[in-house]
Design a protein around this ligand. Structure first.
Ligand SMILES: CC(=O)SCCNC(=O)CCNC(=O)[C@H](O)C(C)(C)COP(=O)(O)OP(=O)(O)OC[C@H]1O[C@@H](n2cnc3c(N)ncnc32)[C@H](O)[C@@H]1OP(=O)(O)O
Ligand SMILES: CC(C)C(=O)C(=O)O
Ligand SMILES: [Mg+2]
Length: 558
């Protein structure tokens, strides 16, 4: 039987209070971003990307606007090494993009890494790491604090030496106390300061100290305190960029990054859609779009999310789950009635009152900003949907503006269909339900012909109507104050109930043929409303057809 008693918190709070970050309410400008898709993302795939796939992903990352990209772990495999060589030899690295490579703090691996970089003229970050956590010191390296610090120092020295030998002043350095979150903060600080002592960074040639939540071990506020402690105590702070590298083991990688930036970090390493080891690296798309939704320019372009999802799924063989923030197929979808109603009203309100800003209920951003479609992605119909949604679907897709009470009735009818079929209804299916129930509805009465005379300055109408009633042709004359009224009178003379309670009409602005739509409610034998709709090229015919549809439906209910 599994028991929680074998677990205990494995993290360490800083030795001094570090809570300044609490007083900041949002991130005011974008941090430096570093994509680690081609390294941390790639090393966690069932089948790592091929050279061609890495190249395609690289081009997309550049297009999105990443200025720092960890391209791989060149000592890991031939593909990784070749990828670095390909970018360099084919001059594929834009001048304003810095490539970054990862190496363990081991001599032969560092040397191989430098070999992969030979001849690179554009800026490079060489990123070296060793684990500093209590668990790894004891269990993996079996070395004490001084010895572990020495691994970092030796690695840092070798990076500096090889860079000096090659005369590469376009190289900068990054150090990660890997498993930082399982390391005592004061010890992590000691190791990082020892590394910085070797590199002696300056504001002109900054070093990067990366603080990975290699395994996320605590609530995000603890990580924020750890980051703030490093921010306040690191030596050479003016010459150091503090970088975050959250993973997502507890599901709060995004919160780690956001609080870590508030706590003083300058830079964030992460991946598209949170790809990466185990539960993934922090999702840079979510971080960037969270800023965007606060009105802050994230300096990354995610304006075509569907094509990004397509490229990512193809090259990594991973899946973007439907509820992945800003990107999943369902993240803008409203099935439930009250949400649909609020969104439809929000759209209308924005159009009329404040087209410049986005305050729509239930939608944190405008779906169009990530190339998602209002027509298909937002209001979707199933058994949880309501009249607001049905009205929106029919209006936006087909131009039908149903009277509110009719919308309500149609929404219950659609709900029923969806409930019994156990499926979502497409706009076309909703339209079919609408047509088959209401529009030009057949029954006992069929309109064959009509014409009018009018008198008293259009205040009195005489309708001459020819119908087939139960298959027998009949002529009837009706009088009334309006055209429809006079037809009602005529139908009444044939013994049909045709007392109009509600009426609406409009022309259809969409489509090549100009059409008219009319909606009529008459009182049924039980006093309830019976609706009908008529669609025709001519407004008056549409109205009479709507009336006859309602009459036919009322007859069939008697
Ligand atoms: C949290 C992270 O994402 S870190 C990045 C992890 N990514 C990867 O490891 C992917 C690429 N790695 C690889 O392809 C391989 O690990 C290689 C080619 C780099 C090295 O492979 P190997 O030589 O077989 O060694 P391996 O990686 O298993 O490491 C084991 C040895 O290195 C030591 N070691 C591991 N990491 C480090 C480090 N950062 N610094 C110094 N020594 C290290 C271990 O203590 C162990 O030492 P031992 O041989 O004395 O027992
Ligand atoms: C190499 C380091 C930065 C890493 O990927 C991690 O600690 O998660
Ligand atoms: Mg990582």
């Amino acid at each position: 039987m599994p028991t929680h008693t074998k677990y205990q918190p494995g993290f360490y709070m800083p030795p001094e209070p570090c809570y300044d970050w609490v007083q900041k309410d949002y991130i005011e400008h974008a941090p430096k971003w570093c994509s680690v898709d081609l390294r941390d993302g790639n090393q966690a795939l069932i089948i790592p990307m091929s050279l061609e796939e890495k190249l395609e992903m690289w081009e997309k990352l550049v297009e999105i606007g990443f200025k720092e990209i960890e391209i791989g772990f060149p000592a890991a495999s031939e593909t990784e090494f070749e990828f670095a060589r390909t970018l360099i030899e084919r001059n594929m690295i834009p001048e304003d993009v810095t490539i970054q490579v990862l190496t363990q703090a081991r001599e032969h691996i560092i040397r191989k890494t430098f070999a992969a970089l030979e001849g690179c003229k554009t800026p490079v970050v060489v990123h070296v790491y060793n684990s500093t956590s209590v668990a790894q010191r004891e269990q993996v390296f079996k070395r004490d604090r001084e010895q572990i610090k020495q691994i970092a120092v030796d690695g840092a020295k070798l990076l500096k030496q090889l860079t000096d030998e090659a005369g590469n002043d376009n190289y900068r350095f990054e150090y990660s106390p890997e498993s930082f979150t399982g390391t005592e903060p004061e010890y992590a600080l000691e190791v990082c300061n020892a590394v910085l002592g070797i590199w002696q960074p300056t504001p002109d040639r900054k070093a990067i100290i990366n603080l990975p939540a290699t395994v996320e071990m605590s609530s995000p506020h603890v990580y924020a305190c750890q980051v703030e402690y490093m921010h306040k105590n690191l030596k050479y702070r003016e010459g150091v960029e503090i970088s975050l590298h959250p993973h997502n083991d507890r599901g709060t990688g995004v919160a780690d990054a956001e609080l870590g930036v508030l706590a003083g970090a300058d830079r964030v390493e992460g991946t598209l859609f949170g790809n990466g080891e185990r539960t993934g690296n922090v999702d840079i798309i979510t971080l960037a779009m969270n800023m965007f939704s606060h009105g802050v320019d994230p300096m990354l372009d995610f304006s075509d999310m569907p094509s990004l999802v397509e490229m990512y799924e193809r090259t990594t063989r991973m899946v973007v789950e439907p509820r992945r923030p800003y990107a999943g197929s369902l993240v803008f979808a409203a099935f439930s009635g009250s949400h649909q109603d609020a969104i439809a009203k929000g759209f209308a309100w924005r159009k009329e009152h404040d087209p410049e800003h986005w305050t729509c209920p239930y939608l944190p951003i405008d779906p169009a900003d990530v190339n998602r479609k209002y027509e298909t992605d937002v209001i979707r119909i199933n058994s949880q949907s309501g009249k607001g949604g049905i009205g929106y679907i029919l209006e936006t897709n087909y131009g039908y503006v149903l009277p509110p009470k009719m919308r309500e009735e149609l929404s219950y009818a659609s709900k029923d269909v969806s409930d019994h079929a156990h499926k979502e209804l497409s706009p076309a299916e909703v339209n079919d339900i609408f047509h088959s129930r209401y529009v030009n509805h057949p029954g006992r009465v069929e309109l064959l012909d009509f014409h009018y005379t009018h008198a008293d300055n259009n205040k009195a109408f005489k309708a001459f109507v020819t119908v087939k009633l139960d298959g027998i042709e009949q002529d009837v004359i009706g009088n009334g104050n309006g055209r429809l009224d006079s037809v009602c009178d005529g139908l009444g003379k044939l013994g049909l109930r045709a007392h109009i309670v509600d009426y609406a009409e409009h022309t259809l602005s969409t489509g090549s043929d100009a059409h008219a739509m009319a909606y009529v409610a008459i009182e049924g034998s039980d006093g309830k409303l019976v609706w009908g709709a008529g669609e025709h090229g001519d407004t008056v015919t549409a109205a009479i057809k709507a009336l006859i549809s309602a009459v036919n439906r009322a007859c069939s209910q008697e």
